[in-house]
Design a protein around this ligand. Structure first.
Ligand code: SF4
Ligand code: SF4
Length: 444
Protein backbone atom coordinates (compact mmCIF):
# COMPACT_ATOMS: atom_id res chain seq x y z
CA UNK A 1 0.00 0.00 0.00
CA UNK A 2 1.40 3.36 -1.07
CA UNK A 3 0.74 6.29 1.27
CA UNK A 4 1.90 9.34 -0.64
CA UNK A 5 3.80 12.12 1.07
CA UNK A 6 1.68 15.29 1.35
CA UNK A 7 2.63 18.20 -0.91
CA UNK A 8 1.34 21.73 -1.27
CA UNK A 9 0.88 23.41 -4.63
CA UNK A 10 -1.47 24.53 -7.39
CA UNK A 11 -2.54 21.04 -8.43
CA UNK A 12 -2.97 19.91 -4.84
CA UNK A 13 -5.32 22.85 -4.22
CA UNK A 14 -7.40 22.18 -7.37
CA UNK A 15 -7.51 18.47 -6.54
CA UNK A 16 -8.63 19.16 -2.95
CA UNK A 17 -11.49 21.37 -4.11
CA UNK A 18 -12.74 18.92 -6.76
CA UNK A 19 -12.33 15.89 -4.47
CA UNK A 20 -14.23 17.51 -1.58
CA UNK A 21 -17.07 18.63 -3.89
CA UNK A 22 -17.44 15.17 -5.50
CA UNK A 23 -17.09 13.38 -2.19
CA UNK A 24 -19.85 15.52 -0.67
CA UNK A 25 -22.00 14.82 -3.74
CA UNK A 26 -21.46 11.06 -3.38
CA UNK A 27 -22.46 11.17 0.28
CA UNK A 28 -25.48 13.45 -0.16
CA UNK A 29 -27.13 12.33 -3.43
CA UNK A 30 -28.75 9.06 -2.23
CA UNK A 31 -30.32 10.86 0.75
CA UNK A 32 -32.04 13.67 -1.19
CA UNK A 33 -35.83 13.41 -1.40
CA UNK A 34 -37.97 15.84 -3.41
CA UNK A 35 -41.61 15.84 -2.34
CA UNK A 36 -40.87 12.49 -0.73
CA UNK A 37 -39.43 11.00 -3.95
CA UNK A 38 -35.76 9.98 -4.33
CA UNK A 39 -33.55 12.25 -6.42
CA UNK A 40 -31.20 9.41 -7.34
CA UNK A 41 -32.08 5.79 -6.56
CA UNK A 42 -31.65 2.70 -8.70
CA UNK A 43 -34.35 0.87 -6.76
CA UNK A 44 -33.57 -2.75 -7.56
CA UNK A 45 -36.18 -4.35 -5.20
CA UNK A 46 -38.95 -2.22 -6.78
CA UNK A 47 -37.39 -2.37 -10.28
CA UNK A 48 -37.68 1.39 -10.79
CA UNK A 49 -34.87 3.86 -11.37
CA UNK A 50 -35.11 7.40 -10.05
CA UNK A 51 -32.55 9.49 -11.92
CA UNK A 52 -32.40 13.23 -11.19
CA UNK A 53 -36.12 13.43 -10.48
CA UNK A 54 -37.12 11.25 -13.45
CA UNK A 55 -38.62 7.83 -12.67
CA UNK A 56 -37.56 5.19 -15.17
CA UNK A 57 -39.58 1.98 -15.29
CA UNK A 58 -38.25 -1.38 -16.47
CA UNK A 59 -40.08 -0.79 -19.78
CA UNK A 60 -38.12 2.45 -20.25
CA UNK A 61 -34.58 1.17 -19.72
CA UNK A 62 -33.56 2.88 -22.97
CA UNK A 63 -33.38 6.09 -20.87
CA UNK A 64 -30.72 4.48 -18.72
CA UNK A 65 -28.88 3.19 -21.81
CA UNK A 66 -28.79 6.70 -23.31
CA UNK A 67 -27.55 8.18 -20.00
CA UNK A 68 -24.78 5.56 -19.73
CA UNK A 69 -23.78 5.98 -23.38
CA UNK A 70 -23.62 9.76 -22.91
CA UNK A 71 -21.43 9.41 -19.81
CA UNK A 72 -19.16 6.94 -21.66
CA UNK A 73 -18.67 9.26 -24.64
CA UNK A 74 -18.16 12.22 -22.31
CA UNK A 75 -15.29 10.29 -20.76
CA UNK A 76 -13.75 9.74 -24.23
CA UNK A 77 -14.32 13.40 -25.14
CA UNK A 78 -12.73 14.84 -22.00
CA UNK A 79 -9.83 12.36 -22.16
CA UNK A 80 -9.00 13.47 -25.72
CA UNK A 81 -9.35 17.11 -24.68
CA UNK A 82 -7.65 17.21 -21.27
CA UNK A 83 -5.89 13.83 -20.91
CA UNK A 84 -6.52 11.37 -18.10
CA UNK A 85 -7.88 13.95 -15.64
CA UNK A 86 -10.76 11.64 -14.67
CA UNK A 87 -8.28 9.36 -12.85
CA UNK A 88 -6.44 12.09 -11.00
CA UNK A 89 -9.36 14.29 -10.03
CA UNK A 90 -12.75 12.55 -10.24
CA UNK A 91 -12.38 8.73 -10.04
CA UNK A 92 -14.02 7.24 -6.90
CA UNK A 93 -10.80 5.29 -6.19
CA UNK A 94 -8.85 8.56 -6.07
CA UNK A 95 -11.46 10.31 -3.94
CA UNK A 96 -11.74 7.43 -1.46
CA UNK A 97 -7.94 7.21 -1.20
CA UNK A 98 -7.88 10.89 -0.26
CA UNK A 99 -10.63 10.34 2.35
CA UNK A 100 -8.83 7.36 3.94
CA UNK A 101 -5.58 9.34 4.04
CA UNK A 102 -7.37 12.29 5.60
CA UNK A 103 -8.87 10.08 8.33
CA UNK A 104 -5.50 8.34 8.80
CA UNK A 105 -3.79 11.68 9.35
CA UNK A 106 -6.55 12.84 11.68
CA UNK A 107 -6.19 9.74 13.86
CA UNK A 108 -2.43 9.15 13.72
CA UNK A 109 -1.17 12.73 13.36
CA UNK A 110 1.92 13.70 11.40
CA UNK A 111 3.49 10.26 11.67
CA UNK A 112 0.75 8.85 9.39
CA UNK A 113 2.25 6.93 6.46
CA UNK A 114 5.85 7.42 7.56
CA UNK A 115 8.14 4.40 8.13
CA UNK A 116 8.40 5.56 11.76
CA UNK A 117 4.63 5.28 12.34
CA UNK A 118 4.09 3.32 15.55
CA UNK A 119 1.97 0.17 15.86
CA UNK A 120 -0.21 1.94 18.46
CA UNK A 121 -1.10 4.49 15.77
CA UNK A 122 -2.02 1.73 13.33
CA UNK A 123 -4.20 0.23 16.07
CA UNK A 124 -6.24 3.44 16.00
CA UNK A 125 -6.20 3.95 12.24
CA UNK A 126 -7.49 0.47 11.33
CA UNK A 127 -10.77 0.66 13.37
CA UNK A 128 -11.33 4.18 12.01
CA UNK A 129 -10.95 2.81 8.46
CA UNK A 130 -13.39 -0.04 9.23
CA UNK A 131 -15.97 2.52 10.40
CA UNK A 132 -15.29 4.67 7.33
CA UNK A 133 -15.70 1.63 5.05
CA UNK A 134 -19.08 0.93 6.66
CA UNK A 135 -20.25 4.54 6.25
CA UNK A 136 -19.14 4.66 2.59
CA UNK A 137 -20.81 1.35 1.93
CA UNK A 138 -24.04 2.50 3.55
CA UNK A 139 -24.04 5.55 1.23
CA UNK A 140 -23.16 3.31 -1.74
CA UNK A 141 -25.89 0.74 -1.04
CA UNK A 142 -28.35 3.63 -0.50
CA UNK A 143 -28.06 4.22 -4.28
CA UNK A 144 -29.82 0.87 -4.74
CA UNK A 145 -31.94 0.34 -1.63
CA UNK A 146 -33.90 3.09 0.16
CA UNK A 147 -31.83 4.36 3.09
CA UNK A 148 -35.00 4.76 5.21
CA UNK A 149 -35.64 1.04 4.79
CA UNK A 150 -32.07 0.07 5.75
CA UNK A 151 -31.93 2.48 8.73
CA UNK A 152 -35.29 1.23 10.02
CA UNK A 153 -34.20 -2.40 9.82
CA UNK A 154 -30.75 -1.75 11.29
CA UNK A 155 -32.26 0.25 14.16
CA UNK A 156 -34.70 -2.59 14.87
CA UNK A 157 -31.89 -5.15 14.64
CA UNK A 158 -33.78 -6.85 11.84
CA UNK A 159 -31.30 -7.85 9.17
CA UNK A 160 -33.06 -11.01 8.05
CA UNK A 161 -34.83 -11.76 4.81
CA UNK A 162 -37.95 -13.13 6.54
CA UNK A 163 -39.24 -12.97 10.09
CA UNK A 164 -39.03 -16.68 10.79
CA UNK A 165 -35.60 -17.39 9.24
CA UNK A 166 -32.01 -16.50 10.05
CA UNK A 167 -31.06 -15.92 6.44
CA UNK A 168 -29.66 -12.35 6.11
CA UNK A 169 -31.51 -10.07 3.70
CA UNK A 170 -29.87 -9.38 0.32
CA UNK A 171 -29.35 -5.68 1.15
CA UNK A 172 -27.50 -6.59 4.37
CA UNK A 173 -25.23 -9.08 2.55
CA UNK A 174 -24.58 -6.38 -0.07
CA UNK A 175 -23.77 -3.84 2.69
CA UNK A 176 -21.35 -6.17 4.48
CA UNK A 177 -19.68 -7.31 1.22
CA UNK A 178 -19.24 -3.69 0.19
CA UNK A 179 -17.73 -2.79 3.60
CA UNK A 180 -15.26 -5.67 3.34
CA UNK A 181 -14.34 -4.83 -0.25
CA UNK A 182 -13.83 -1.12 0.52
CA UNK A 183 -11.60 -1.96 3.49
CA UNK A 184 -9.54 -4.53 1.57
CA UNK A 185 -9.23 -2.13 -1.37
CA UNK A 186 -7.90 0.72 0.74
CA UNK A 187 -5.74 -1.30 3.13
CA UNK A 188 -4.19 -3.69 0.64
CA UNK A 189 -5.07 -3.12 -3.01
CA UNK A 190 -5.22 0.69 -3.43
CA UNK A 191 -2.83 1.82 -6.19
CA UNK A 192 -2.80 -1.70 -7.67
CA UNK A 193 -6.36 -1.15 -8.86
CA UNK A 194 -5.13 1.72 -11.07
CA UNK A 195 -1.99 -0.12 -12.15
CA UNK A 196 -3.33 -3.59 -12.85
CA UNK A 197 -7.14 -3.83 -12.69
CA UNK A 198 -8.64 -0.66 -14.18
CA UNK A 199 -9.46 -1.07 -17.91
CA UNK A 200 -9.59 2.69 -18.48
CA UNK A 201 -5.88 3.05 -17.64
CA UNK A 202 -5.03 0.37 -20.18
CA UNK A 203 -7.00 2.11 -22.92
CA UNK A 204 -5.51 5.53 -22.31
CA UNK A 205 -2.89 5.24 -25.08
CA UNK A 206 -5.72 4.65 -27.56
CA UNK A 207 -7.85 7.49 -26.16
CA UNK A 208 -5.32 10.30 -26.37
CA UNK A 209 -3.51 11.79 -29.36
CA UNK A 210 -0.50 14.05 -30.02
CA UNK A 211 -2.33 17.07 -28.59
CA UNK A 212 -3.81 15.56 -25.41
CA UNK A 213 -2.08 16.82 -22.25
CA UNK A 214 -0.19 14.20 -20.24
CA UNK A 215 2.24 14.58 -17.33
CA UNK A 216 5.78 14.50 -18.74
CA UNK A 217 9.31 14.82 -17.49
CA UNK A 218 11.65 17.01 -19.52
CA UNK A 219 14.43 14.50 -20.20
CA UNK A 220 16.47 16.94 -22.26
CA UNK A 221 16.74 19.48 -19.45
CA UNK A 222 16.64 17.04 -16.53
CA UNK A 223 19.39 14.60 -17.60
CA UNK A 224 22.11 13.80 -16.77
CA UNK A 225 20.56 13.87 -13.29
CA UNK A 226 22.58 14.08 -10.08
CA UNK A 227 24.42 10.80 -9.43
CA UNK A 228 25.23 9.24 -6.07
CA UNK A 229 28.06 11.11 -4.39
CA UNK A 230 27.66 14.22 -6.56
CA UNK A 231 26.81 17.57 -5.00
CA UNK A 232 23.99 19.72 -6.38
CA UNK A 233 25.38 21.66 -9.34
CA UNK A 234 28.04 19.09 -10.23
CA UNK A 235 25.75 17.33 -12.70
CA UNK A 236 24.85 18.33 -16.26
CA UNK A 237 21.04 18.14 -15.97
CA UNK A 238 18.66 20.08 -13.72
CA UNK A 239 17.25 17.05 -11.86
CA UNK A 240 18.82 16.84 -8.42
CA UNK A 241 17.38 13.33 -7.93
CA UNK A 242 15.61 14.32 -4.70
CA UNK A 243 12.89 11.66 -5.30
CA UNK A 244 10.18 14.01 -4.04
CA UNK A 245 8.20 13.47 -7.27
CA UNK A 246 8.14 9.72 -6.48
CA UNK A 247 7.27 10.17 -2.78
CA UNK A 248 4.21 12.34 -3.50
CA UNK A 249 2.89 10.06 -6.24
CA UNK A 250 -0.30 8.23 -5.13
CA UNK A 251 0.67 5.18 -7.20
CA UNK A 252 4.34 5.32 -6.28
CA UNK A 253 5.68 5.51 -9.85
CA UNK A 254 8.68 7.46 -11.12
CA UNK A 255 7.41 9.67 -13.94
CA UNK A 256 11.01 10.20 -15.05
CA UNK A 257 10.80 6.67 -16.53
CA UNK A 258 8.20 7.91 -19.04
CA UNK A 259 4.39 7.68 -19.37
CA UNK A 260 3.03 4.66 -17.50
CA UNK A 261 -0.36 3.01 -16.89
CA UNK A 262 0.03 3.93 -13.21
CA UNK A 263 0.12 7.67 -13.94
CA UNK A 264 -3.21 9.20 -12.93
CA UNK A 265 -2.37 12.63 -14.34
CA UNK A 266 -2.99 14.15 -10.90
CA UNK A 267 -0.16 16.69 -11.21
CA UNK A 268 1.16 16.20 -7.65
CA UNK A 269 4.65 15.43 -9.00
CA UNK A 270 4.46 18.76 -10.88
CA UNK A 271 3.85 20.52 -7.54
CA UNK A 272 6.71 18.53 -5.99
CA UNK A 273 9.27 19.33 -8.68
CA UNK A 274 8.14 22.93 -8.77
CA UNK A 275 8.65 23.30 -5.02
CA UNK A 276 12.17 21.83 -5.28
CA UNK A 277 13.46 23.67 -8.36
CA UNK A 278 11.96 27.01 -7.27
CA UNK A 279 14.73 27.11 -4.69
CA UNK A 280 17.25 27.05 -7.55
CA UNK A 281 15.31 29.60 -9.63
CA UNK A 282 14.54 26.97 -12.25
CA UNK A 283 11.21 25.96 -13.73
CA UNK A 284 9.73 22.52 -12.99
CA UNK A 285 11.03 19.55 -14.96
CA UNK A 286 7.64 17.84 -14.80
CA UNK A 287 4.54 19.43 -16.32
CA UNK A 288 1.34 18.80 -18.27
CA UNK A 289 2.53 18.74 -21.87
CA UNK A 290 1.56 17.10 -25.15
CA UNK A 291 3.54 14.80 -27.44
CA UNK A 292 3.52 17.55 -30.08
CA UNK A 293 4.89 20.08 -27.58
CA UNK A 294 7.55 17.66 -26.35
CA UNK A 295 8.93 17.51 -29.91
CA UNK A 296 9.49 21.27 -29.90
CA UNK A 297 10.46 21.37 -26.18
CA UNK A 298 7.95 24.14 -25.58
CA UNK A 299 4.82 23.98 -23.38
CA UNK A 300 2.33 26.32 -25.03
CA UNK A 301 -1.13 25.99 -23.47
CA UNK A 302 -2.54 28.98 -25.37
CA UNK A 303 -2.05 27.52 -28.85
CA UNK A 304 -3.10 23.93 -28.15
CA UNK A 305 -5.53 22.82 -30.88
CA UNK A 306 -8.61 21.77 -28.90
CA UNK A 307 -10.76 21.37 -32.04
CA UNK A 308 -9.43 18.22 -33.73
CA UNK A 309 -11.06 15.33 -35.66
CA UNK A 310 -11.10 13.16 -32.54
CA UNK A 311 -12.58 15.79 -30.21
CA UNK A 312 -15.04 16.89 -32.94
CA UNK A 313 -16.35 13.32 -33.42
CA UNK A 314 -16.63 12.59 -29.68
CA UNK A 315 -18.22 16.03 -29.09
CA UNK A 316 -20.72 15.45 -31.91
CA UNK A 317 -21.70 12.03 -30.51
CA UNK A 318 -22.18 13.53 -27.02
CA UNK A 319 -24.28 16.34 -28.53
CA UNK A 320 -26.39 13.86 -30.54
CA UNK A 321 -27.00 11.69 -27.46
CA UNK A 322 -28.10 14.73 -25.45
CA UNK A 323 -30.55 15.63 -28.27
CA UNK A 324 -31.89 12.04 -28.31
CA UNK A 325 -32.30 12.07 -24.53
CA UNK A 326 -34.12 15.42 -24.61
CA UNK A 327 -36.42 14.20 -27.39
CA UNK A 328 -37.23 11.01 -25.46
CA UNK A 329 -37.97 13.10 -22.39
CA UNK A 330 -40.25 15.52 -24.26
CA UNK A 331 -42.14 12.69 -26.02
CA UNK A 332 -42.52 10.62 -22.88
CA UNK A 333 -46.01 10.06 -21.49
CA UNK A 334 -46.42 8.83 -17.93
CA UNK A 335 -48.93 6.18 -19.08
CA UNK A 336 -47.69 2.62 -19.28
CA UNK A 337 -49.79 0.20 -21.33
CA UNK A 338 -49.35 -3.26 -22.80
CA UNK A 339 -51.93 -5.50 -24.42
CA UNK A 340 -52.28 -9.26 -24.76
CA UNK A 341 -54.90 -11.47 -26.34
CA UNK A 342 -57.20 -13.07 -23.73
CA UNK A 343 -56.49 -16.79 -23.99
CA UNK A 344 -59.97 -17.64 -22.68
CA UNK A 345 -61.78 -15.48 -25.23
CA UNK A 346 -59.83 -15.58 -28.48
CA UNK A 347 -62.67 -14.95 -30.89
CA UNK A 348 -66.36 -15.80 -31.18
CA UNK A 349 -69.53 -14.83 -33.00
CA UNK A 350 -72.41 -13.49 -30.90
CA UNK A 351 -75.66 -12.57 -32.72
CA UNK A 352 -74.74 -9.86 -35.26
CA UNK A 353 -71.18 -9.20 -34.06
CA UNK A 354 -67.78 -10.83 -33.75
CA UNK A 355 -65.97 -10.55 -30.41
CA UNK A 356 -62.31 -10.81 -29.23
CA UNK A 357 -61.04 -10.63 -25.65
CA UNK A 358 -57.92 -8.72 -24.49
CA UNK A 359 -55.97 -8.18 -21.28
CA UNK A 360 -54.85 -4.57 -20.90
CA UNK A 361 -52.08 -3.81 -18.43
CA UNK A 362 -52.07 -0.14 -17.34
CA UNK A 363 -49.56 1.71 -15.17
CA UNK A 364 -49.16 5.22 -13.80
CA UNK A 365 -45.51 6.26 -14.27
CA UNK A 366 -45.91 9.65 -12.57
CA UNK A 367 -45.95 11.00 -9.03
CA UNK A 368 -49.56 12.27 -9.35
CA UNK A 369 -52.97 10.58 -9.71
CA UNK A 370 -53.92 9.62 -13.25
CA UNK A 371 -57.35 9.13 -14.85
CA UNK A 372 -57.50 7.52 -18.29
CA UNK A 373 -60.08 6.50 -20.86
CA UNK A 374 -59.63 3.58 -23.25
CA UNK A 375 -60.89 3.56 -26.83
CA UNK A 376 -60.36 1.27 -29.81
CA UNK A 377 -59.63 2.19 -33.43
CA UNK A 378 -59.32 0.07 -36.56
CA UNK A 379 -60.41 -0.44 -40.16
CA UNK A 380 -64.07 -1.40 -39.49
CA UNK A 381 -66.91 -0.98 -36.98
CA UNK A 382 -64.87 -1.78 -33.83
CA UNK A 383 -66.19 -0.96 -30.36
CA UNK A 384 -65.27 -1.82 -26.75
CA UNK A 385 -68.38 -3.41 -25.28
CA UNK A 386 -67.04 -4.24 -21.82
CA UNK A 387 -67.27 -0.49 -20.92
CA UNK A 388 -64.30 0.03 -18.61
CA UNK A 389 -65.25 3.70 -18.00
CA UNK A 390 -62.64 6.15 -16.65
CA UNK A 391 -59.87 4.23 -14.93
CA UNK A 392 -58.20 5.83 -11.91
CA UNK A 393 -54.59 5.03 -11.06
CA UNK A 394 -52.67 6.18 -7.99
CA UNK A 395 -49.01 7.19 -8.42
CA UNK A 396 -46.95 4.13 -9.44
CA UNK A 397 -50.07 1.95 -9.43
CA UNK A 398 -50.63 -0.82 -12.00
CA UNK A 399 -53.98 -2.35 -12.99
CA UNK A 400 -55.06 -5.15 -15.31
CA UNK A 401 -58.35 -4.96 -17.23
CA UNK A 402 -60.18 -7.50 -19.33
CA UNK A 403 -61.69 -5.92 -22.42
CA UNK A 404 -64.12 -7.29 -24.98
CA UNK A 405 -63.96 -5.69 -28.41
CA UNK A 406 -66.78 -6.23 -30.92
CA UNK A 407 -66.76 -5.97 -34.73
CA UNK A 408 -70.38 -5.10 -35.45
CA UNK A 409 -71.21 -6.69 -38.82
CA UNK A 410 -73.15 -9.64 -40.19
CA UNK A 411 -70.25 -10.94 -42.20
CA UNK A 412 -66.59 -11.27 -41.24
CA UNK A 413 -63.80 -9.94 -43.51
CA UNK A 414 -61.41 -12.47 -45.06
CA UNK A 415 -58.36 -11.56 -43.02
CA UNK A 416 -57.63 -10.52 -39.37
CA UNK A 417 -57.62 -6.76 -38.81
CA UNK A 418 -55.01 -4.55 -37.07
CA UNK A 419 -56.53 -2.55 -34.20
CA UNK A 420 -55.19 0.14 -31.88
CA UNK A 421 -56.08 0.82 -28.25
CA UNK A 422 -55.89 4.52 -27.42
CA UNK A 423 -55.28 5.22 -23.73
CA UNK A 424 -55.89 8.93 -23.16
CA UNK A 425 -55.64 11.05 -20.04
CA UNK A 426 -59.11 12.20 -18.97
CA UNK A 427 -57.62 15.50 -17.77
CA UNK A 428 -55.18 16.18 -20.62
CA UNK A 429 -56.29 14.70 -23.99
CA UNK A 430 -52.88 15.50 -25.54
CA UNK A 431 -51.40 12.82 -23.25
CA UNK A 432 -52.02 9.57 -25.07
CA UNK A 433 -50.41 6.15 -25.34
CA UNK A 434 -51.23 3.77 -28.19
CA UNK A 435 -50.81 -0.03 -28.19
CA UNK A 436 -51.51 -2.30 -31.13
CA UNK A 437 -52.98 -5.76 -31.45
CA UNK A 438 -54.90 -7.96 -33.92
CA UNK A 439 -58.58 -8.80 -34.18
CA UNK A 440 -59.28 -12.26 -35.57
CA UNK A 441 -62.46 -13.90 -36.81
CA UNK A 442 -63.67 -17.46 -36.22
CA UNK A 443 -63.58 -19.84 -39.17
CA UNK A 444 -67.15 -20.15 -40.49
S1 SF4 B 1 3.36 10.40 -11.85
FE1 SF4 B 1 2.69 12.40 -11.17
S2 SF4 B 1 0.81 12.80 -12.26
FE2 SF4 B 1 1.23 10.61 -12.45
S3 SF4 B 1 0.10 9.70 -10.73
FE3 SF4 B 1 2.18 10.08 -10.00
S4 SF4 B 1 2.08 12.10 -9.06
FE4 SF4 B 1 0.24 11.91 -10.29
S1 SF4 C 1 11.22 16.33 -8.01
FE1 SF4 C 1 12.21 17.18 -9.85
S2 SF4 C 1 14.29 17.40 -9.19
FE2 SF4 C 1 13.39 16.05 -7.70
S3 SF4 C 1 13.77 13.99 -8.53
FE3 SF4 C 1 11.81 14.63 -9.31
S4 SF4 C 1 12.27 15.50 -11.29
FE4 SF4 C 1 14.20 15.46 -10.18
Amino acid sequence: MVIARPIEGKHRTIKNRINIALFALFLVLPFIRINGHPFLLLDIPQRTFHVFGLTIWPQELYFLHVILLTLGFMLLFFTALFGRIWCGYACPQTIFTEAYNWVGKLVAGNSYGKPTMKKSHWARVIPAWVLLSFLFSFAFVAYFVRYEFMLGHLAAGNIFAFEDTYRPAAWFIFLMASTGTAFFNMVYFRENLCKYACPYGRFQAALIDRHSPIVMYDVERGEQRRQKGQKVGEHAGDCIDCHLCVQVCPTGIDIRDGLQIGCLSCGLCVDACNSVLQKFDKPTLIDYSTIAESETHKVDRQSRPYFRPRTAVYGAVVGALIVVFTALLVLRTPIYASIQRDAELRNRKVADSYQNGYELHLGNMSYTDLRVNVAVKGDGPFEIISRPGTIELDPSQHKELRLIVAYKAEKAPLRPREIQFLITSADDPSMQHVVESKFTFPIE
